[in-house]
Ligand binder design. Structure first.
Ligand code: KDG
Ligand code: MG
Length: 402
C-alpha cells in the first residue's frame, strides 16, 4: 500500500482551517488538522513544498517511521509550523490505520479507559454579573466544569470575552487588532469575580480560569493565592513558559493547580515542568505538538509524575483535531479534562463528525478511524480570508503578551 496523493484543503467557514487529506493506493483516506491560528498559510507552504513531495509512494502504515523521517529528517527540529505539519500527517495516518483495521483510533491506542471525556465550557461576560449568568447557563446545559472570563472595568477589551454570548472567537479578519492591558486592574477584579461565581454555583462545579500568559511569575503567585478560597480546578497559562523554571516561584506560593502548554509543540517544552512537578495539567495538544504519536509520549512522561492531560480545544482547533482528541482522551490513562469551545454550525457542517456532547462529557461511537470527514464541496465555497489574533499593549504603549 502506498500514499498516492495528499491534498491540503484551506477553508474559511467563519474562520480559517487547514486540513490534510492523505489518499492511499487502496482508496482509503485519512484526515489531519493543520490549522495554526494566524499563520495558516505558513503550514500550508511547509506541507506543500517540503512534506508532501517526500511522502508520495511511502507506506502509510509506517506511522512511526514517517514521524521520525519528518522530525529527524528535517534537520531543523520543532517549532509550531513544523510540528503542526507533522501533526496533520500523523493524524491522517492514524485515521487511515483505524479505517484499515475497522476500529476507532482509541482501540488502536489500547482501548477505552473511560466512557467519556469531562469537558470544560467557556462562560464569559462583559462584567461579573454577565459572567455569573453565563456560568449558570453552562451548568443548566450539563457542564460539570466551566472556565470563567470576565471583562475588567477600565479595560475596553479582555481576553476570553466574546462579542456574542455562547461563542468565542478571538481571531479577527484583516490585520492584528491592538488591545490595551493593565495587570493591576485585572489582579484587583479577578478574586471578586470568583467570589461571586462560587457563591452562585455552589460547591460542586469545577471552575477554571485562563490568565493567558499575561502575568509575571510573582503576579501569577499572587493571583493563585487570592483564588484559593474559591477552589479552582486550575489557573491556565499563568505566565509564559519559555522559562520553565519560572513556574517554581508560582508553585512555592500557591496550592491553586496550574495548567500550561497550549502553545507547546514538543516534549522538550514541558520536560522540566513535568519532571519537577511544577504543573498539574499539560495542555500540549495533538494539532500543535506533533500529532498522536508525539502527544502520547508527552502524556506517558507526564503520567510518571502524576501530571494529567488538559488539552487545548479552542475554536481554532478544527473538528478533525477534536475527533483525534476524543479518541486520545478515551484511552489516555492520565486524562484530566478536555477543553470544549463548540464550533459554529457551519464549521460542523463542513466537518461532519461522530463525537458529541452529552451531560458534560464528550463521547463517540465505535466508528472506524477518527470519526470525522470533510465536505469538500461545502468547504470550497468558503475560501481563505486573512485573519489574526489580537496583540496587546500596556498603557505606555509597550508590547505585552496577548
Ligand atoms: O489561537 C489561540 C487560541 O486558541 C487561544 O487564545 C485560546 O487560550 C485559549 C484557550 O484556552 O482556549
Ligand atoms: Mg488558553
Amino acid at each position: 500500500m502506498k500514499i498516492e496523493r495528499i491534498d491540503i484543503i484551506v477553508t474559511c467557514p467563519g474562520r480559517n482551517f487547514v486540513t490534510v487529506k492523505v489518499v492511499t493506493s487502496d482508496g482509503v483516506h485519512g484526515l489531519g488538522d493543520a490549522t495554526l491560528n494566524g499563520r495558516e498559510l505558513a503550514v500550508h507552504a511547509y506541507l506543500q513544498e517540503h512534506v508532501v513531495p517526500c511522502l508520495i509512494g511511502r507506506d502509510p502504515r509506517n506511522i512511526e517511521d514517517i514521524w521520525q523521517y519528518l522530525y529527524r529528517g528535517a534537520y531543523w527540529r520543532r517549532g509550531p509550523v513544523t510540528m503542526t505539519a507533522i501533526a496533520a500527517i500523523d493524524m491522517a495516518l492514524w485515521d487511515i490505520k483505524g479505517k484499515l483495521a475497522d476500529m476507532p483510533v482509541y482501540q488502536l491506542l489500547g482501548g477505552k479507559s473511560r466512557d467519556g471525556l469531562m469537558v470544560y465550557g467557556h462562560a464569559n461576560g462583559r462584567d461579573h454579573a454577565e459572567a455569573v449568568d453565563a456560568v449558570l447557563k453552562h451548568q443548566e446545559e450539563g457542564y460539570k466544569a466551566i472556565r470563567v472570563q470576565s471583562g475588567v472595568p477600565g479595560l475596553e477589551k479582555t481576553y476570553g470575552v466574546g462579542k456574542t454570548q455562547g461563542y468565542y472567537e478571538p481571531a479577527e479578519k484583516g490585520l492584528p487588532p491592538e488591545e490595551p492591558w493593565d495587570t493591576a486592574l485585572y489582579l484587583r477584579h479577578t478574586p471578586e469575580l470568583f467570589r461571586k461565581v462560587r457563591e452562585a454555583v455552589g460547591p460542586d462545579a469545577h471552575l477554571l480560569h485562563d490568565a493567558h500568559h499575561r502575568l509575571t511569575p510573582i503576579e501569577a503567585a499572587q493571583l493563585g493565592k487570592s483564588l484559593e478560597p474559591y477552589r479552582l480546578f486550575w489557573i491556565e497559562d499563568a505566565t509564559p513558559a519559555e522559562n520553565q523554571e519560572s513556574f517554581r516561584l508560582i508553585r512555592q506560593h500557591t496550592t491553586t493547580p496550574l495548567a500550561v502548554g497550549e502553545v507547546f509543540n514538543a516534549i522538550w517544552d514541558c520536560n522540566q515542568l513535568i519532571r519537577e512537578q511544577l504543573v498539574d495539567y499539560i495542555r500540549a495538544t495533538i494539532v500543535h505538538a506533533g500529532g498522536i504519536t508525539h502527544v502520547r509520549r508527552i502524556a506517558d512522561y507526564a503520567a510518571m509524575y502524576q501530571v494529567r492531560t488538559g488539552f487545548h480545544g479552542a475554536t481554532d482547533l478544527s473538528p478533525v483535531c477534536m475527533a483525534a482528541a476524543v479518541n486520545f482522551g478515551l484511552w489516555v490513562p492520565n486524562f484530566g479534562i478536555q477543553e470544549l469551545m463548540p464550533h459554529s454550525p457551519l464549521t460542523d457542517a463542513v466537518f461532519p463528525h461522530n463525537y458529541r456532547f452529552e451531560q458534560g462529557y464528550l463521547v463517540m461511537d465505535e466508528v472506524p478511524g477518527l470519526g470525522v470527514e470533510i465536505d469538500e464541496t461545502l468547504a470550497a465555497q468558503y475560501p481563505y480570508e486573512r485573519a489574526y489574533l489580537p496583540v496587546a499593549r500596556l498603557r505606555d504603549g509597550s508590547m505585552w503578551n496577548w
